[in-house]
Design a protein around this ligand. Structure first.
Ligand code: HAM
Length: 420
C-alpha cells in the first residue's frame, strides 16, 4: 500500500469546504483592502531563497527540498512566498509602478521539518505583501488586514504580539551585545549555534534546542538597542494600533526565523492548538528587494498558516457546515429510460439545478436508497412504461407528495423543483 509522504495531508471534500471558507475569506478581505492576487512557481532557483531568506537560517540550511535539474541548476520547492513575490516584482518591472504595490497569494509551501500537530512538510499559507511604503501606516495596514481576516474567520482566541528588531544602522550595536552575551556561554550552545555565533548571532535566538532556548531567555533585547528612527517608527505603529482598537502585546522575544526582516515583526498566536500556535507571522523587510538584485524598495507582509487556522477553527469559528442536497434524482430502469434521464439531467444542470441519475446499474429499491443518501429533494422514476406513455410521477421526498408530469416538458419539471 503506497501512503502519502510523511508530513503531508489529504483534504477530502467535507474538509475541503473549511479550506474554501478560509480562502474565500482571504480573497474577500484582500479585495476590501485593495490587494491583488499573484501566482508564482512552486519552485525557484535555490539561490533566491539562500540570498532572500538567508543562508544561515534553519529554513535554508536544513529544511529545503532541493534538487539539481537536468541542466545542473539547483532548484528548491518554495519554503515560503515572500522571496518569490519579491523576485516576481523585480522581474516583471512592478517596482516602477505607482506605489504602494499590494499583493496576496494562497500557496502550498515545503519545509523538511519534524512533523507534529500544526507542523507539516507540505503546508498552506495565505500571504500578503505590501511594497513601496516605509511608513508605520503601512505596518498598520498589514496588521489590520491580518486582524480583519482572523475576524472574518470568527477565530477570536488569538493575540497579536509585536516587536521591532531594528535596522542596518542599529543592528551592529545589538549584534555586538548578543555576541558578548553568548560568548560567555559559548560552551553550552549547541554545535549549530557555536557556528552561528560567528556567522549570524541573531539566529541563535530562534534555535529550537532546549538548552539554547533557555540561554536566550536572558539575552539582550532588540528594543533596547533601537536607533531613533526605528524607535519613532515603532511608536508610530503602536499609536495606530492604539486608535484602531487592535489589542497587542510587545514581545521582545519575537525575532522570526527568516533573515530578511528589519524593524517591525509580529505574530498572531492562537490559544488551544498546542505548541505550534503561531497562526500568522510577518514583518517589514526593507532590504529584501535590493538583496536579491532589485532596486531599494521597502516591503512588509505576513503569512497565515492555513493548516493551523483549520485547527483553531475546531475551537469555534464563523464556519457553518451547509446542508448538501441534490434537486432531483432520476431513478432510471432500462437503457431507453437511462438515455432519457441523462438528457433531462443535462438540461436541468444547464438551468442551474443539481441533478443525478443512476450510473452503476442499481435496482429501483437501491436507487431510491441512494436518492435518500444524497439527500435528493425530488425523485422521478422512469421505466419502460413511462417512456411509452411520456408520463411519470415526480415525488417530493420530504412529504411523499406525487405529481404527474410529462417527461418531455422540462418547464413543468422545473416548476415542480422550484415550488416551495
Ligand atoms: P513563517 O513564520 O515562516 O513566515 O510562516 C508563516 C506561517 O506559516 C506561520 O506562522 C505558520 O502559521 C505557517 N507555517 C510555517 N511553517 C509551517 C509548517 N511547517 N507547518 C504548518 N504551518 C507552517 C513566512 O513564511 C514569511 N514568508 C511570512 C511573511 C510574509 N513575512 C513577510 N511577508
Amino acid at each position: 500500500m503506497i501512503q502519502k509522504p510523511r508530513g503531508t495531508i489529504d483534504i477530502l471534500p467535507k474538509e475541503a469546504k473549511k479550506w474554501q471558507f478560509i480562502e474565500n475569506a482571504a480573497r474577500k478581505v484582500c479585495k476590501k483592502h485593495g490587494f491583488g492576487e499573484i501566482r508564482f512557481p512552486t519552485f525557484e532557483e535555490t539561490q533566491l531563497f539562500a540570498r532572500g531568506v538567508g543562508d544561515t537560517t534553519d529554513v535554508v540550511q536544513k529544511e529545503m527540498y532541493t534538487f539539481i535539474d537536468r541542466d545542473g541548476t539547483s532548484y528548491s520547492l518554495r519554503p515560503e512566498g515572500t522571496a518569490s513575490v519579491a523576485r516576481s516584482v523585480i522581474e516583471n518591472g512592478l517596482a516602477s509602478e505607482t506605489m504602494p504595490l499590494k499583493l496576496f497569494y494562497i500557496i502550498n509551501c515545503f519545509r523538511h521539518e519534524r512533523p507534529q500537530a500544526g507542523r507539516y512538510r507540505e503546508f498552506y499559507q495565505f500571504g500578503a505583501e505590501l511594497f513601496g511604503a516605509a511608513t508605520p501606516t503601512a505596518d498598520f495596514e498589514l496588521i489590520s488586514l491580518a486582524a480583519d481576516f482572523l475576524d472574518a474567520l470568527g477565530i477570536t482566541a488569538t493575540t497579536l504580539h509585536i516587536n521591532s528588531i531594528g535596522c542596518p544602522s542599529c543592528r551592529p550595536n545589538y549584534k555586538n551585545a548578543l555576541v558578548a552575551y553568548f560568548s560567555e556561554r559559548r560552551d553550552e550552545l549547541c554545535d549549530t549555534c557555536k557556528v552561528r555565533l560567528d556567522t549570524n548571532p541573531l539566529r541563535i535566538l530562534d534555535c529550537k534546542s532546549p538548552v539554547c532556548s533557555e540561554i536566550c531567555k536572558n539575552a539582550p533585547k532588540t528594543i533596547d538597542y533601537l536607533c531613533q528612527d526605528c524607535s519613532a517608527h515603532f511608536d508610530g505603529l503602536k499609536a495606530r494600533l492604539g486608535v484602531s482598537g487592535i489589542r497587542y502585546n510587545i514581545d521582545p522575544h519575537i525575532v522570526r526565523g527568516l533573515d530578511y526582516y528589519s524593524r517591525t515583526v509580529f505574530e498572531f498566536i492562537s490559544e488551544g492548538i498546542g505548541a505550534q500556535s503561531t497562526v500568522c507571522g510577518g514583518g517589514r523587510y526593507d532590504g529584501l528587494v535590493s538583496q536579491i538584485g532589485g532596486p531599494e524598495l521597502a516591503g512588509i507582509g505576513f503569512a497565515a498558516g492555513i493548516n493551523r487556522l483549520i485547527l483553531s477553527m475546531e475551537n469555534g469559528s464563523a464556519y457553518k457546515e451547509e446542508e448538501e442536497f441534490v434537486d432531483l434524482y432520476i431513478a432510471a430502469l432500462g437503457e431507453s429510460a437511462s438515455v432519457k434521464a441523462t438528457g433531462i439531467c443535462a438540461v436541468l444542470r444547464s438551468k442551474g439545478f443539481t441533478a443525478e441519475t443512476d450510473m452503476v446499474g442499481r435496482s429501483l429499491k437501491a436507487q431510491m436508497k441512494y436518492a435518500n443518501k444524497i439527500n435528493a429533494k425530488y425523485t422521478l422514476i422512469i421505466g419502460d412504461g413511462e417512456i411509452e406513455t411520456g408520463k411519470a410521477q415526480i415525488r417530493k421526498m420530504e412529504n411523499g407528495q406525487q405529481t404527474e408530469i410529462n417527461i418531455e416538458d422540462i418547464a413543468a419539471i422545473i416548476s415542480e423543483l422550484s415550488a416551495k
